[in-house]
Design a protein around this ligand. Structure first.
Ligand SMILES: [Zn+2]
Ligand SMILES: [Zn+2]
Length: 260
């Protein structure tokens, strides 16, 4: 059985203090591949250095919508940085009105820059949206060329938003939230998303799944999210692991490596 953590930030503390331990525990829990998602351009070189010797750890390049006082990316910056061998995606990008009281126009412009970079590099988009789903979808529907693909990471919206994302060919990624007691509406969505469009993620170090809720999250714990989805859908953990792994490679890498 093979699991993939499609979205984590193991370059952040406290995970960054013990990368070998994090990777070892992940491996023990069948999590061989993971995508370490960039939050700022300042972060990006550190991610690259950290994982230069780990070809099974992929990364993305992008600036998170809520990051302020950081280097503002141009399309050209993103295109150049995305040329690194392990970069498989652009993001995370999108809109977040929950934690933002600042300039929402800046978020929108930044988001559009990422969409353009995805088009230029032919790499999929990692979308973050919070309290801004309709605006996020409008910008995507208006600007996205329908070809590079992408994922709605840490999905927490309603079915109509899921449907709009699926309609433009995007994947839906579920995090540990799906294991939370009050997440019944999200479980209803996890039941309905087509099997060939779902992914699982940790968003580590945040959002640890039950029974580790509140603790530091790490890639090894993605199995609890996959198990919850399997239970919701009446499938085995093995089936969900296989399918989400296949989906990950289809979206981000092109094909699953033949030795897996
Ligand atoms: Zn996010
Ligand atoms: Zn994230």
């Amino acid at each position: 059985m093979l699991l993939v953590d499609s979205h984590c930030h193991i370059n952040l503390e406290p995970l960054s203090e013990d990368i070998p331990g994090v990777l070892e525990r992940a491996k023990k829990n069948n999590v061989l591949y993971m995508l370490c998602v960039s939050l700022t351009l300042e972060d990006f070189p550190k991610i690259v250095t950290l994982f230069e010797s780990e070809p099974h750890i992929f990364s993305s390049v992008g600036v998170h919508p809520t990051c302020r006082g950081v280097r503002e990316p141009t399309v050209q910056d993103l295109v150049e940085l995305a040329a690194d061998a392990n970069v498989v995606a652009i993001g995370e990008t999108g809109l977040d009105y929950f934690r933002s009281n600042g300039d929402l126009q800046l978020q929108k412009e930044r988001f559009e820059i990422h969409i353009k970079a995805a088009q230029k590099t032919r790499k999929p988009l990692i979308i973050h949206t919070r309290s801004a789903a309709d605006d996020t979808m409008k910008i995507l529907e208006h600007n996205y060329d329908g070809e590079t693909g992408g994922v709605m990471h840490c999905f927490g919206e309603n079915w109509s938003i899921a449907k709009r994302a699926l309609d433009i060919g995007f994947y839906i990624s579920f995090s540990g939230i799906v294991t939370f007691k009050n997440a019944e509406p999200l479980r209803a969505i996890a039941r309905k998303v087509p099997e060939d469009r779902m992914l699982v993620e940790t968003d580590a170090p945040y959002l640890a799944p039950v029974p580790y809720r509140g603790a530091t999250n790490e890639p090894s714990l993605v199995k609890y999210t996959a198990k919850a989805i399997a239970d919701i859908r009446g499938q085995s953990l093995y089936e969900v692991a296989e399918k989400t792994t296949e989906n990950f490679f289809k979206l981000f890498v092109g094909a699953r490596p033949s030795h897996l």
